[in-house]
Ligand binder design. Structure first.
Ligand SMILES: [Zn+2]
Length: 143
């Protein structure tokens, strides 16, 4: 009886492995997104504080040009390209109010454990549940 109970309470090793793998993919995505965010902010600092064109992944890539050596930082670990917040294209960093609350770059799909990674205009990064993301989009225009 006791043995049966302990087996019933044990976590399924396949589920544990799957979750660990998903967590590793989320962290790889964050590493790429953080590097891309740093490249975008560095580009702004060397261009009079103005953010590059964030209207599409192709436009962003063109704006950053040779600043980015490793093209993998444009891509989430699940394979899709990161999106920029087009409403911030060409904006001066010094004119942004509460940059810690403005989306700079994000995972365009709900790719990681029921959520996505988001890079903020102050250079910070966080994983958000899909519900949180809905609230973020409600508060600000992200195109
Ligand atoms: Zn991702």
């Amino acid at each position: 009886m006791l043995a049966g109970t302990s087996i019933a309470n044990a976590q399924n090793p396949i589920e544990v492995f799957g979750r660990a793998r998903q967590n590793a993919l989320r962290i790889t995505c964050q590493t790429n997104l953080r590097q891309l965010s740093e490249a975008v902010l560095a580009h702004a600092r060397s261009n009079g504080g103005r953010l590059p064109n964030l209207s599409s992944p192709a436009a962003l890539r063109k704006s950053l040009g040779s600043r980015v050596k490793d093209g993998k930082i444009f891509t989430c670990s699940q394979g899709h390209l990161f999106q920029g917040n087009a409403t911030l294209s060409g904006r001066k960093l010094s004119t942004l109010k509460n940059p810690e609350k403005l989306v700079l770059l994000y995972d365009p799909v709900n790719a990681h454990l029921g959520g996505r990674n988001v890079a903020w205009a102050d250079g910070s990064m966080k994983w958000h549940t899909n519900e949180n993301w809905g609230a973020i989009l409600h508060r600000q225009k992200v195109r």
